[in-house]
Design a protein around this ligand. Structure first.
Ligand SMILES: [Zn+2]
Length: 511
């Protein structure tokens, strides 16, 4: 049997050959329709619904036809994806026999950060086409950032009027703008659904919100004109958590979001939240004192809990990036997207044992914006999908996700280059149970040729091995990103606000 990506679970051969050159496959199927024409002169294909693991399928390849068994539409769709690969990469005839296959993880994700750089609808469609070839079933759209707000919210038109425009970008120093209308996003949801992909939206809060604060300065502790962020790094102007108006804003935005995205999970960010403004804000300090929390991380957790509770009342589950350490009182129902290995030892294990679900996006293996010299293909492939294999709570790691951050990725060409082949490796680890890097690598050569013929810019083999030069470049970039985090501009701003806060205090002016 031909080596597929992701590798199939089991093939039991039988006598004879099945002539796939007689199989007629349509372009892309609609709404999980099976995408196979049962033309009378072609190879007959029959579909049966039967008991099976979710998303699993069975294909009986026979001399006189093909029978497909699946429990759900996705299983049938993946059977077609498998047949497509078999037809594409074999010389037409394959051995008869039975393929039985189902995914290891129920969550197999790809994240696209459209906040730093906007990706037009047609580019997102191209990426959906590509990820569906590898049985990825979630596109996580990171829709809001310091550098851009990308989703139309009818109640707050300034979010896109002001928040979707960056005066200049960090790399090219050119103006940059763009956003999706609600109609655009509904189109993308349908387009993805027809390829068995769900879209999980992200509204990153209460940090990474400069674009929102630029549009509505009252959302911050100290309302002033900040402008959409132009440089990368982490910004200090986060949402003020002590005003009811902030929560009302969040709720209204989420209401419009969940009307567009019908799926159960909504990402609420929660990562990289500097607390400098809160520490100076009279209202935040008041609330902090009243709520009896022990630190600012717990202060933030109370807000995340409130948002999670609200989403739960709408039948949704909140997902957030893991906090830098364990946080007392954080809602156990919030799914963690694990991204940083900087967490103290034992925190992940303890959270899983206590019942928290997680998605693994370990930055050391699954961050797709890192250069190949820093994260070579082999490293991505060898990263363990579950960090607690065989231990208590292992089944709570629901899957893995490759994250395409775009601080340094301005367009589709660059995104494709960094995504492939690494996302194919992630897809295989999320789907297949066996680890087989050599088999994957050899099979990838065929996929690479095919994708290049289709005009996809995949990274050539010579670049995806480790490189000291790139590792050093990456370190310098990361240090610079940190500098922009604690950096000069943030520090100057903070000093200004500190003085302002002191003056307010002297005047007894509590806002
Ligand atoms: Zn505040």
């Amino acid at each position: 049997m031909l080596r597929l990506i992701p590798d199939i679970q089991q093939f039991t051969p039988a006598d004879g050959k099945c002539d796939l050159s007689r199989l007629t496959l349509r372009g892309f199927p609609e709404g999980y329709a099976y995408g196979i024409d049962n033309a009378s002169d072609g190879l007959p294909v029959r579909f049966f619904q039967t008991e099976m693991p979710a998303e699993g399928y069975r294909i009986d390849l026979k001399q006189d036809g093909i029978d497909v068994f699946a429990a759900d539409g996705r299983g049938a769709y993946y059977a077609v994806v498998t047949l497509r690969q078999l037809k594409r990469f074999s010389d037409g005839a394959v051995d008869c026999g039975v393929i039985e296959d189902s995914p290891r993880c129920s969550y197999r994700g790809y994240m696209l950060d459209v906040g730093r750089y906007f990706f037009p609808v047609e580019d997102v469609c191209k990426l959906i086409d590509l990820i569906s070839l590898y049985k990825i079933n979630v596109l996580h759209l990171h829709l809001t950032e310091d550098q851009g707000w990308r989703i139309e919210i009818k109640r707050y038109p300034k979010l896109t009027e002001i928040g979707s425009k960056r005066r200049r970008t960090h790399i090219h120093l050119k103006p940059h703008e763009g956003f999706y209308t609600q109609e655009n996003l509904r189109f993308l949801v349908a387009y993805a659904k027809a390829r068995a992909v769900e879209i999980m939206p992200e509204f990153d809060m209460p940090g990474h919100c400069t674009a929102a604060v630029a549009a509505y300065p009252d959302l911050a502790c100290f309302p002033r004109s900040v402008g959409v962020a132009e440089t990368f790094g982490v910004k200090f102007d986060v949402l003020c958590l002590a005003q009811d108006a902030t929560f009302e804003f969040v709720r209204n935005v989420l209401d419009e979001m969940i009307e567009i995205f019908p799926y159960p999970m909504v990402h609420i960010g929660g990562d990289e939240v500097p607390t400098h403004r809160w520490e100076l804000c009279p209202a935040c300090r008041d609330l902090y004192a009243k709520s009896g929390v022990g630190n600012w991380l717990e202060y933030q957790a109370r807000f995340m809990n409130r948002v999670s509770e609200y989403l739960r009342s709408k039948g949704k589950t909140a997902v957030m990036w893991n906090p830098p350490r364990s946080v007392k009182g954080l809602d156990p129902a919030i799914v963690w997207q694990f991204w940083t290995a900087e967490l103290p030892a034992g925190v992940v294990e303890a959270e899983l044992a206590a019942g928290r679900k997680m998605i693994n996006s370990d930055s050391k293996g699954y961050y797709l914006d890192f250069l190949y010299g820093v994260t070579p293909l082999r490293k991505t492939y060898r990263t363990k999908p579950s960090f607690v294999e065989g231990k208590q709570g292992a089944d709570r790691v629901i899957g893995i996700e490759g994250a395409m951050w775009t601080e340094l990725v301005p367009d589709l060409r660059r995104a494709e280059y960094l995504t492939f082949p690494r996302l194919a490796a992630i897809a295989e680890r999320a789907w297949s149970r066996e680890e087989d890097f050599e088999g994957f690598s050899a099979a990838w050569d065929m996929h690479q040729r095919y994708l290049r013929e289709k005009g996809v810019r995949t990274a050539p083999k010579r670049v995806y091995r480790s490189s000291i030069v790139q590792a050093v470049a990456h370190k310098i970039w990361w240090a610079r990103r940190q500098l922009y985090w604690g950096g000069l501009r943030n520090l100057i701003d903070n000093k200004k606000i500190e003085t302002e806060a002191k003056n307010m205090k002297q005047k007894g002016d509590k806002r």
